[in-house]
Design a protein around this ligand. Sequence first.
Ligand code: TYD
Length: 218
Amino acid sequence: MKYKNFITIEGIDGSGKSTYVPVLKQMFEDLGYNVIITREPGGTPYAEELRKRILNEKMPLSQEVELAFLARKDHLEKLIKPALEDEKTIVISDRYTDSTYAYQGVASGYPSEKIDEFVISHQNDIWPALTLIFSVPVEVSQQRLNKTGKIPDKFESKDPEFFLKCIDGYNEQIKKDPERCKFVDSSKTSEQTTEQVKELLKDFVEQNLLVRKKTRQP
Ligand code: TYD
């Protein structure tokens, strides 16, 4: 089941996806929506605890998937689902299940059929209506990650091969659901990427959402 007021953003580490969250937020606020920004793994106190473990602890792959879905279940129950009930609210999540298919699935080798099972058991088959997948060549993402000066977490310190496979994983998601998953070329300047994001959102709003013009206070 897809929710029209649920949007996710995806991309490999260093793809720049998070930079465009304020652009998305502003566009929906200008249309009169309340916007909730959240992230995965995380978004609730319990899921944020699990995030620390997923991003920092070495663990078997099956456990990584299980923790990602336990975090997702809590996130959905306590934050996402209640927020989606209000049609004037848009929930934007920085990462969701496409990350699991890309990182744990294609890049790490966890069978996608098993992820499909978790999607039913833990996610109740809840999906966003729009997912923007920010895409850059791995050399560009690696340069961007190096420039942050931040200590890399478990995933950020993976080698370029791993990220090439993540890109394959994201491309598979686009093939599986081209209606929902939209490709954004984020290797260009931030102005050019912002333009692409705005175009995609304009199309999405025209096709899916009632435009609520912001009413000015007298
Ligand atoms: P990220 O969203 O890049 O946050 P930040 O910008 O703060 O570093 O980091 C989240 C990491 O978690 C990212 O490396 C991908 C990984 N991840 C998975 O491996 N599986 C998942 O299901 C999710 C949601 C994230």
